[in-house]
Design a protein around this ligand. Structure first.
Ligand code: UN1
Length: 500
């Protein structure tokens, strides 16, 4: 193949993994070819990793938080230096275009910067006590080893959102990446180890990568020594994790399926709508959890919007994600292609009118490039309510904003949403308690491409967790309420008398 895979792996310091010859076969969706076969962690190795992580936690929690921030600052520095190389590897392994591969690394850098500042701001409250000579306060303490499970579509940024926070919060990290994208995880681990060497005093195994499949994940999720699990992936996977975690009262941060809608109002700037929809629905070949999957358009502008979108969908450049010209790369694998096709068939059965969706380019029998599909639907049927992880945009018509909001909210998932309008009453209603029920509700931008500064996550089947910015750090620490008596009397709360 024309791709110089060895060059990309060498630039990321992981050329040696090619020689492993283990059971986990790694393919690049760019050409469908196998690029590595890796060893997987045995049950004994997983057990050892948990023991190491506990020891790392015991040492790391003693390090003052601003010093922990210094390690994350160095991580941000190394990521800046390695951005091009890692961005290329992200493209090679996940199939997203280079611009997005680089954007993903930028997202890692941004969360490192955020976490460094945060390391001096892990504030607790002082609370007025009802008793004389008493003070109440809240303290935030490190939790323990944190398991981070990531998906193929953001193979490294999702680790960074979790790990950068977990590390400044004093937790150790065990990372179980998707089996589809282990190389990017190994490349990040190589960077992390360099950072630890520069830092000097990081405990061994502060961040560990465990390459493996379902059994490896199951063993970790069931392990009572891991108090916190942050998992990104399908709702099916999240449901399985949540069940096991709940049995042992572990804390979970779940970021699962999205079925994100955009509402286009009569007063919307339609030129902006088309540009926003193009990126949100077709970008990353429809494989973001925040991808725009449903466009709910007012009847008065429906024909105009559809015509403009059809035009853009025909022109979009599909091809190798490593070529500067491409706007849409491949789907991750055949299973993704098959799922897209079953969804389109189901939509047609429900009365949908499909344009696009066909396989394109001759990149190889096992590479799955598709033209993104637009599907005009007569109603929000079951298939529309289901998340298909592919570039399918369902189009629905509405008459009143109440109807549009009901459609927006009328799906099991609750991650992201948008309204396009020039009318501030419509915009404010949409972001109010009576509007979108999602964790993210935007005005005049698409639902994807969130900045790291906000809390990221969603409601309902999206899982309810929050990662990244705002006060999401609290999810990685345990809260202690302290009452301190600096007097010599012992007044009891609730006015109870109990003198001996
Ligand atoms: C995901 O697809 O799992 O908002 C995360 C976005 C990105 C993250 C997506 N910042 O689209």
């Amino acid at each position: 193949m024309s791709l110089d895979i060895n060059k990309i792996l060498s630039a990321n310091g992981i050329a040696a993994v090619i020689r492993q010859d283990g059971p986990l076969k790694v393919f690049t969706p760019v050409s469908g070819e196998q690029i590595a076969s890796l060893n997987v962690a045995s049950a004994a190795e997983v057990e050892q990793a948990v023991i190491t992580s506990q020891a790392a936690f015991a040492a790391w929690r003693k390090v003052p938080a601003p010093r922990r921030g210094e390690l994350v600052r160095l991580l941000g520095e190394e990521l800046r230096a390695g951005k091009d190389a890692l961005g290329q590897l992200v493209s090679l392994e996940s199939g997203k275009i280079l611009q997005e591969g680089l954007g993903e690394v930028q997202e890692m850098i941004d969360i490192c910067d955020f976490a460094v500042g945060l390391s001096r701001q892990l504030y607790g409250l002082n609370i007025a006590s009802e008793r004389p000579h008493h003070r109440m306060m809240e303290s935030w303490h490190p939790m323990g080893p944190c398991l981070v499970v990531t998906a193929f579509n953001f193979p490294v940024a999702v680790w960074a959102w979790n790990a950068a926070l977990a590390l400044v919060c004093g937790d150790s990290v065990i990372w179980k990446p998707s089996e589809k994208t282990p190389l990017t995880a190994l490349a990040v681990q190589a960077i992390f180890e360099r950072v630890c060497t520069r830092f000097g005093a990081a405990p061994a195994g502060l961040n560990q990568v465990l390459i493996g499949g379902r059994e490896c994940g199951e063993q970790l999720v069931a392990d009572a020594r891991i108090p916190l699990i942050s998992a990104t992936g399908s709702t099916r996977m999240g449901r399985a994790i949540a069940g096991v975690a709940a049995q042992r009262f572990a804390r979970t941060i779940l970021e699962l399926g999205g079925n994100n809608a955009g509402i286009v109002c009569p007063s919307a700037d339609l030129d902006l709508v088309v540009r926003a929809v193009a990126f949100a629905a077709m970008g990353t070949a429809g494989q973001r959890c925040t991808t725009l999957r449903r466009l709910i358009v007012h009847a008065s502008v429906y024909d105009q919007v559809i015509a403009a979108l059809k035009n853009v969908y025909q022109q979009v450049r599909i091809g190798s994600p490593l070529s500067k010209d491409s706007m849409i790369g491949p789907l991750i694998d055949k299973a993704a292609f098959d799922a897209m096709h079953s969804a389109l068939e189901a939509a047609v059965k429900d009365g949908g009118k499909v344009s696009g969706g066909e396989r394109v380019t001759d990149a190889g029998a096992h590479a799955y490039y598709v033209r993104p599909a637009l599907v005009e639907m007569p109603a929000q049927t079951d298939i529309v309510r289901h998340e298909t992880f592919a570039p399918i945009l369902y189009l629905l018509k509405y008459e009143t904003l109440e109807q549009a909001i009901a459609l927006n909210n009328g799906v099991p998932q609750g991650l992201s949403s948008s309204i396009f309008t020039g009318n501030m009453r419509e915009a404010e209603l949409f972001v109010s308690a009576l509007g979108s029920d999602c964790g993210i509700a935007n005005v005049n931008i698409g639902p994807s491409g969130a900045e790291i500064g906000g809390a990221f996550g969603g409601e309902k089947e999206t899982g309810g967790g929050r990662e990244s910015g705002s006060d999401a750090w609290k999810g990685y620490m345990r809260r202690a309420t302290n009452t301190i008596n600096y007097g010599s009397d012992l007044p009891l709360a609730q006015g109870i008398e109990f003198s001996v």
